[in-house]
Design a binder for this molecule. Sequence first.
Ligand code: KG4
Ligand code: ZN
Length: 345
Amino acid sequence: MTVLGIESSCDETSAAVLRDGALLANIISSQFFHHAYGGIVPELASRAHVRAIVPIIREALAEAGISLREVDLVAATQGPGLIGSLLVGLNTGKAIASSLGVPFLGVHHIEAHMFSTFLSDPHPDFPFLSLVVSGGHTLLVHVRGVADYQTVGSTIDDAAGEAFDKVGKMLGFGFPGGPEIDRRAALGAANAIPFPRPLLDSGDFGFSFSGLKTSVLYYLRKHHRDALQDHSAIPDDTLNDICASFQRAVTDVLITKTLRAADALGVRDIALAGGVSANRELRARLTAAGAREGRRVFVPDAAFTTDNAAMIAKLASMRHAHGAVGSLHAPAFARVSPDMRHATA
Ligand code: KG4
Ligand code: ZN
């Protein structure tokens, strides 16, 4: 079984080839030009996907050493994401599937992130708890099997990645802010500034990161008023301390709530997923904290943390093995209820 996966939900164009479970290629092209705008410009993203998609698919096939005719199943991201971007990959995938006469499977982007640890060995056993931390989502999902999920917690406002990006912007870093905060946090003191741990003891598994972001803003206004206009006004050491303290607050909440949810659900295995799973402190501390409680924590390989088509191809192959037949009518969707039921129906 040879699967061609396509991902174009946001600012990355990606194509991957998976043959009998082995990943043969995973090409990712990032749209760096958005950096100049401080965020993603949807219309420009769509146009860049149109230019990139065919060359990227060709490159993936060439790297895998296969011809298009050998593809048995085509899969592309249906959503959630930017609708114009999604339509490019989705329609390209449908066109290829229809011309080859093979099935087409629309894949849910967040669901694919949840299975990104299945691209490596060992991977979690069912049932496991997935902590999805991406630019748009923060979710705790009880994964009982393929297409059998229950969302047990989500964010009531900003996603974790969004908080990293907004704080990064306040501090004058490029977009996205996560990687630079991660880098600087390793150089700063995590206990320098007592930022709040929102909803830490709320008694449920909900998250909220908007107030934490505002606390960083108030801190800057109070102690480094000029910095909001001129970022070079903050000494490097202070910047590092702010990053370390902010990141410690985010990871404290994520780790504490994830472990409590695993306990409440009685699951042993935890899988981290989404762009923020690249964060070194989150990976290391969640793994260590889980191990102390006898849990196995799985983190995706670096190449599978941020958006990639390998995870799309992987989930498609797993869903196909579970009887999903797919459809050329699979629509694109910008948003979707977090339990993903409709995407897996
Ligand atoms: O999953 P993803 O690539 O895209 C979405 O589906 O949203 O996640 C992107 C997010 C961005 O908010 C980015 O700042 C964050 O992942 N991110 C990080 C790191 N690398 C990427 N956040 C914290 N630390 C990192 N090392
Ligand atoms: Zn993503």
